[in-house]
Design a protein around this ligand. Structure first.
Ligand code: FES
Ligand SMILES: [Fe+2]
Length: 348
């Protein structure tokens, strides 16, 4: 079926080149210690490790004979070289910059200059490891902000990592940005089919983000409202901050504020990993976290089959008319897509 055909290699390469300029989460920070951890970002196999306590990220291919550096060990280096990553196959050892500083089978002579692996900047923030493949100087934006993370007025649920979705990251972000699917995909939880009319939404650029804001009537369920409201509807105001691979939704309802930080690792053009953390300034008992996590798990599981079904795999340019948006309902999506076009993300 033509609609499910994967994009051409050139389209995937152009999509990756646009996305490489952003910081993306690749794994939970708690998963990275002094044992390398394999990760994949935009089709590129990586290894992430802590060398002397500092995060380091390399192409997952040893320069010698191509063994995976995720099998390597962290070892103390010779004087002046800090901690090294030693390949499991023949012991070539790399410093944090990716330079090979020891070839055990060829000691006592200079090490070839091109005996190095490519290293990428890696940062730890919000309990995640972030990588920017294009490098710090080429980064188009900072790490997506999660102000509620450090706000003592908010209580956070534990980080949630979902099984990979068969979708591209911008498609997943748009799935969360889209406010008119609530009655159809999440009836009784986030929307009401008796109220399919779009909210009066605004969408605008602000710094590194596209922001959308709107107020809607949502089913008042106990989990999110913090109180039993008898199953009626309540007005909830949303403000969403989006990047090509992340969205933070800040909901303000009768009970208080509820923040959903959903950041996506674009593993490849057809595979993405969702990391999700919530924060709320009401109903602060940690024992209640499981209810909130369960609620979001249900929402994600409702979204997944629909978003995974969307074709083409990559966001197509507006001019292709492969998606037929309607106004004003799809206004935030149109604004998002326009911005993605400026960034060169959409491809056919
Ligand atoms: S393949 Fe890594 S040292 Fe030989
Ligand atoms: Fe949804």
């Amino acid at each position: 079926m033509i609609a499910s055909r994967h994009p051409a290699a050139e389209a995937v390469a152009a999509y990756s080149a646009a996305m490489e300029r952003f910081w993306h989460p690749v794994c939970a920070a708690s998963e990275v210690g002094e044992h390398p951890r394999f990760a994949e970002l935009l089709g590129r196999p990586l290894t992430v490790v802590r060398l002397g306590g500092e995060l380091a990220c390399f192409d997952d291919v040893c320069r010698h004979m191509g063994a995976s550096l995720s099998l390597a060990s962290v070892v103390p280096g010779p004087e002046g070289h800090g901690t090294l990553l030693r390949c499991a196959y023949h012991g070539w050892s790399y410093d944090a910059s990716g330079r090979c500083v020891d070839i055990p089978a060829r000691r006592g002579v200079p090490i070839p200059r091109d005996a190095r692996v490519r290293a990428y900047p890696a940062r730890e923030r919000y309990g995640l490891v972030w990588v920017c493949l294009a490098g710090v100087a080429e980064a188009a934006a900072g790490i997506p902000e999660f102000p509620e993370y450090d706000d003592p007025g908010f209580h956070k649920t534990p980080l949630r990592v979902y099984e990979p979705w068969a979708s591209s990251a911008p498609r997943i972000v748009m799935g969360a940005l889209d406010d008119t699917h609530f009655p159809w995909v999440h009836p009784g939880l986030l929307g009401d089919p008796a109220h399919p009319e779009p909210p009066d939404h605004r969408a605008y650029r602000e710094g590194d983000y596209l922001v959308s804001s709107y107020s809607i009537l949502q089913p008042a369920n106990e989990t999110i409202s913090g109180q039993d409201s008898g199953g009626g509807l309540e007005t909830v105001s949303y403000t969403n901050w989006c990047t090509p691979s992340s969205i933070r939704l800040l909901k303000a309802g009768p009970a208080g504020r509820y923040s959903i930080y959903e950041v996506v690792c674009p593993v490849a053009h057809d595979r993405s990993l969702i990391f999700l953390q919530m924060a709320r300034d009401f109903d602060l008992d940690p024992a209640r976290d499981a209810e909130y996590v369960k609620f979001e798990d249900v929402i994600q599981e409702q979204d997944r089959p629909v978003v995974e079904s969307q074709r083409p795999w990559l966001l197509p340019p507006l001019s292709s008319r492969l998606m037929l948006y309607v106004r004003p309902a799809d206004l935030p999506l149109i604004a998002y897509q326009r911005w993605m076009e400026e960034l060169g993300v959409p491809q056919v």
